[in-house]
Design a protein around this ligand. Structure first.
Ligand code: GLA
Length: 385
């Protein structure tokens, strides 16, 4: 189905107006997990799976919003903003609030939302929706906005309105994505560099565990606090420490005995993951995908054993691939406790592998495995159809 065409037709028939159409993609992350909120590095990319929104100014001072994928309507005015129990409108409301905080009043608007980012798969459909809304409203109402401000307001909207203390990676990848390139983002300075991802005969494939354990958001916030506790201790021992980004493995080892062992191992994971990512970028520059893939396994092992954000379903899928010649690398992706694994697999072996891993997963976990082949595409943009 041509989603943008489909929803612009819905928009025209519901509201009798020709809409503006915005696309903002879901993201993958090759390596560098749980590093963004520690001021570290990440290596995400935008994908072909995206959220789409159509927008036009309302004619009756009330917003009429429609989620086409589940035929759900929402109406509101924009004078007093309150989180909705429906959940999906909150991603739009949070963005409106950010505009208001920046001193822009947003007139009532109509919209239709749809997309093909798998829900719960850990590709950040929420960040995509926030970016699409922000970019679209700025265009519709002639508000000057650059993409860096867009990503910052999307992150604040998620932190303040939706209530999730996420980092900036997801929004940044959705907004700044570029066809066939991954983004090495320094989450401290927000400096970024594009790296071509030349996969040759290989392909990026996600395996979706089909689970999202309820621990996900509480443990996410706990990990943040554990890292902050590590930083607070180091600040009493060393000068110029603002985040784990300012910490080396050597420094950590020097002070190991002063640490609570759990805090120590969390911090060590983050420091090692940053190092792994920088080395992985060098692998990409040399075209050494094999070593890159090994670092993905290294990342998974750290997330499983040291940072403890994996789960048995993710571990099963990653471990299954370790004896597969066609797989260069695999690891859990995103916050953890469910969602997808990301894999680099020889393109002509993908379907056969999927058949076998799907059967094995069903027997081992009693769950249906889904697979998404992803390509790397451009970030947030206005579409014309
Ligand atoms: C989630 C968050 C991101 C990032 C990842 C872990 O996707 O939204 O900001 O912290 O987890 O790398």
């Amino acid at each position: 189905m041509n989603i943008p065409l489909h929803i612009s037709q819905i928009h025209e028939s519901r509201f009798n107006q020709k809409p503006l159409i915005v696309r903002s993609p879901g993201r993958i992350n090759l390596i560098g997990e749980h590093t963004d909120y520690n001021n570290g590095f990440v290596l995400p990319a935008a994908t072909d799976k995206a959220v789409y929104i159509t927008l036009s100014a309302s004619t009756d001072a009330t917003c009429h919003w429609f989620a086409a994928d589940f035929s759900d309507e929402f109406t509101t005015t924009l004078d007093v903003l309150q989180p909705s129990p429906k959940n999906w409108p909150n991603y739009l409301l949070g963005i409106v609030e950010q505009f208001q905080k920046m001193g822009h009043s947003i007139p009532a608007f109509n919209c239709v939302v749809s997309g093909d980012v798998p829900a719960g798969g850990g590709m950040s459909s929420s960040a995509a929706l926030e970016c699409a809304t922000g970019w679209g409203l700025a265009n519709l109402f002639n508000i000057p906005l650059d993409k860096l401000t867009l990503t910052r307001m999307a992150q604040r909207s998620e932190n303040e309105f939706v209530g999730l203390q996420c980092g900036i990676m997801d929004m940044f990848a959705s907004a700044f994505g570029k066809h066939n390139e991954v983004i090495r983002l320094d989450c401290r300075s927000l400096a970024y560099e594009y790296f071509p991802l030349e996969l040759g005969d290989y392909q990026i494939v996600l395996f979706d565990t089909g689970v999202k354990h309820s621990l996900a958001s509480s443990e996410y916030n706990t990990r943040r606090q554990e890292c902050e506790a590590g930083v607070a201790l180091l600040q009493t021992l060393e000068s110029d420490i603002h985040s784990l980004r300012d910490v080396s493995e050597e420094m950590l080892l020097t002070h190991q005995r002063k640490f609570d062992p759990l805090i120590f191992v969390r911090c060590l994971y983050v420091v090692q993951e940053n190092e792994r990512l920088l080395a992985a970028c060098e692998d990409l520059k040399r075209g050494d995908l094999e070593t890159f893939g090994q670092r993905m396994y290294g990342s998974h092992n750290g997330l499983r054993d040291m940072y403890e954000v994996s789960c048995k379903e993710l571990d099963y899928l990653v471990s299954f691939t370790t004896t597969e010649k066609s797989v260069l690398g695999a690891r859990m992706m995103g916050g953890g406790f469910g969602g997808c694994t990301i894999n680099i697999i020889k393109a002509d072996a993908v379907d056969d592998l999927f058949e076998r891993i799907q059967k094995a997963y069903k027997i081992a976990m009693g769950l249906d495995l889904k697979m998404y082949k992803v390509s790397i595409e451009d970030g947030t943009s206005i579409l014309s159809i």
